[in-house]
Design a protein. Structure first.
Length: 139
C-alpha cells in the first residue's frame, strides 16, 4: 500500500512540474511573438523534455533528510516548488529583421498548450480519484 502511495505521489509531482514548465515555456513563446518586429531579436526556447527530466532527477537526488527551520530568520531547508528552467536561443533562420519565425512560434504555442491541457486534465482525474476514494472509504 505504501509503495502505491509513493508512485501516486511521484506522478502527482511529475504533473505539477510539467504544468510549471509548460507555464514558463508559454511565457517565453509569448515573448518571442511579442518581439516579432524587434530588429536583431533572437527567439528563445525551453526544452520541455530535458527540463522535466532534470527536475525529476533532482527530486530523486534530494530524497534524503530535509532541514527544519528553527527560527523565523533562518533560510528554509525545504525544497521549493518551482522548477529551474534554462532558456536558450532557439535555432531559427534570419528573416532580414530578426530570428523569430512566426509559424514555428505558433506551432510551439499550440504544442505547449496541448501539453499543459493534458497535464491539467490528468491532475484533475487524479484529484477525482482521491475524492471518490475518500467518499467511498466511509461505506
Amino acid at each position: 500500500m505504501i509503495q502505491n502511495a509513493s508512485v501516486f505521489n511521484q506522478s502527482f509531482q511529475a504533473l505539477e512540474k510539467a504544468i510549471d514548465i509548460s507555464r514558463k515555456r508559454q511565457g517565453v513563446i509569448a515573448s518571442n511573438l511579442s518581439n516579432l518586429d524587434t530588429p536583431g531579436y533572437k527567439s528563445r526556447e525551453i526544452d520541455f523534455q530535458a527540463t522535466l527530466k532534470k527536475a525529476m532527477a533532482s527530486d530523486e537526488n534530494m530524497a534524503g533528510p530535509t532541514m527544519t527551520r528553527t527560527h523565523a530568520g533562518h533560510l528554509g531547508g525545504e525544497k521549493q516548488g518551482g522548477v529551474d528552467v534554462e532558456i536558450h536561443e532557439a535555432p531559427s533562420s534570419f528573416d532580414g529583421l530578426n530570428w523569430v519565425g512566426v509559424d514555428s512560434e505558433l506551432k510551439k504555442l499550440m504544442e505547449n498548450k496541448l501539453v499543459y491541457q493534458t497535464a491539467v486534465e490528468a491532475m484533475k482525474r487524479k484529484i477525482t480519484i482521491i475524492k471518490e476514494t475518500i467518499r467511498d472509504g466511509g461505506r
